[in-house]
Design a protein around this ligand. Structure first.
Ligand code: GLN
Length: 489
């Protein structure tokens, strides 16, 4: 195994090499560093790296732990002690985290090494990573396209073997959609399954942290290490945590998969539709029964999401006032001037748009018409899923209606950007779990662009959809494909 081959390994394969002492944790960090140096100049997945810190941890790593010696990249919206946490925003430039998020503590307890912070849309608001105030991240399959978002840095790092696995956060699709567009696995656990303590809050009733990985098994391994109740997050679920890898390897006999008829809309790219149709046939041939289901309130999901998410964001982002964190405007006349100019200078256009929208829907006189009504429709959307899960074990759909779009193509039109998440958003509103796994490629302008298959599962049904995704993945070669980026000499 040379330095060159090491970074291509899955977490599971890396872990067995480490355990057999065929490679040391320090050699792994060194190989990863070289890989990042050779590919990330072009891709731009990372915002910061702490090689020295990672090396020190590697020297002391206990490789017999579940993730012993495995480096994991972290979306730069999760606090890692001593590291920057910019949320890709100017308002947090220069800020360093004084503590570890619970999920980082859990990763460390499992022996993993948090390694590098990855790019995102500012405060996770976006679907292309273009809202980052720091830099662009490019899609590794076609450098003129977006990697998806908001966890685009994590997706691109994993896709280019510049990370063995990464954490992302998913408020309306931000793990699953970039996973689909970049050709990796992305997993959003049930709301409350993983502690949000130390995740910078965007929309607290929707946010959830999860893994982006090369294989379904690797997602199960990260979930094993990171799920569970946390007294510091009052919304975290006090439920037993099963072994999420235990059912991997089972086939699909007896499983019922539902095709939501409302998801078969006009705007789906024909190549995406064909790939998903093939995937459904494949799952059927592996033993699953396929049935039609209805989610009647689907049409309202995007509108409801943009009322609730912006309302929550406007409250959560009130803390960035120039007093407590990061950027502070110079020579303020008084307190209001300090708040106003700090926020004017610190936040980008999309974040401002959402704060304004969120403040509006919460303001007296409009609260009942927008916020309250959206809450009611959210409940109807949740009931749609609950009813569907009475007859099926999981729902199946494309993750994104289109493959990766061009850089700049949707930045002038926020509505077009919002529509990138039509298939992912409802899962957050309903609090259920979902996974995206590679299911083919679209051929566009001479490039192969990855397509993702989404499986949605009932609350706490993670082990089931991991099993189904794994059975599908193992019957295909899609997850073995690598983007054609040429490493620098
Ligand atoms: N793209 C959606 C948004 O812009 C979802 C983002 C996310 O899941 N963080 O809000």
């Amino acid at each position: 195994m040379t330095d060159k081959d090491l970074p291509a390994l899955s977490i599971a394969d890396l872990q067995s090499l480490l355990r057999r002492r065929e490679v040391s944790a320090s050699e792994v960090i060194d190989a990863l560093r070289k890989r990042i140096q050779s590919v990330d100049g072009e891709i731009g997945a990372y915002l910061s790296l702490d090689i020295d810190g990672a090396m020190k941890e590697a020297e002391e790593a206990n490789v017999d732990l579940p993730l012993g010696g495995v480096p994991v990249a972290i979306k730069d919206i999760i606090n890692v002690m001593g590291q920057p946490c910019t949320c890709a925003s100017n308002i947090l430039r220069g800020y360093r985290s004084p503590y570890d998020a619970t999920i980082i503590q859990k990763l460390r307890t499992a022996g993993a090494i948090p390694f590098g912070k990855t790019n995102l849309d500012e405060f996770a608001m976006g679907s292309s990573t273009e809202n980052s105030a720091v830099k662009l991240t490019r899609n590794p399959w076609d450098l003129s396209r977006v990697p998806g978002g908001s966890s685009g840095g994590s997706a691109a790092a994993v896709a280019t073997d510049a990370a063995f696995g990464a954490l992302g956060s998913d408020t309306g699709g931000s793990i699953r959609q970039p996973a689909a567009l970049s050709g990796v696995v992305g997993f959003k656990p049930t709301y409350g399954r993983v502690s949000r303590f130390g995740l910078v809050a965007f929309a607290s009733s929707l946010d959830q942290i999860g893994p982006l990985t090369k294989t379904v098994r690797d997602s199960a391994l990260i979930l094993n290490a990171t799920a569970g109740h946390d007294p510091r997050d009052s919304t975290s679920l006090n439920e037993p945590v099963p072994d999420f890898a235990a059912k991997l390897g089972n086939d699909l006999r007896g499983i019922r998969l539902g095709l939501p008829k409302e998801y078969m809309i006009e705007g789906i790219d024909p190549q995406v539709r064909a790939a998903v149709d093939d995937a459904v046939k494949k799952m059927n041939s592996l033993g699953a029964d396929i049935v039609d289901v209805s989610l009647p309130h689907t049409d309202y999901a995007v509108a409801v999401y943009y009322i609730l998410a912006t309302a929550e964001a406007s409250a959560n982002l009130a803390r960035f006032d120039g007093v407590r964190y990061g950027h502070r405007a110079e020579n303020p006349k008084d307190m209001l001037d300090l708040y106003g100019r700090t926020r004017e200078q610190g936040f980008g256009p999309e974040v401002k748009r959402r704060i304004i929208l969120g403040t509006y829907v919460l303001s007296s006189g409009y609260y009942d018409a927008y916020y309250l009504r959206a809450q009611k429709v959210r409940e109807l959307i949740r009931q749609d899923f609950a009813r569907a899960f009475e007859t099926v074990d999981a729902l199946i759909s494309p993750t994104s209606p289109v493959p990766a779009f061009k850089l700049g193509e949707r930045t002038e039109d926020p509505l077009q950007m919002y529509l990138a998440d039509i298939f992912t958003i409802a899962a957050n509103l309903a609090g259920i779990c979902g996974i995206s796994v590679p299911c083919g490629f679209a051929k566009v302008e001479g490039h192969r662009l990855p397509i993702g298959l989404q499986l949605l599962g009932k609350p706490l049904g993670e082990a089931g959809i991991l099993q189904m995704a794994h059975a599908y993945e193992q019957s295909t070669d899609w997850h073995k494909a690598r983007p054609p980026i040429a490493p620098a000499k």
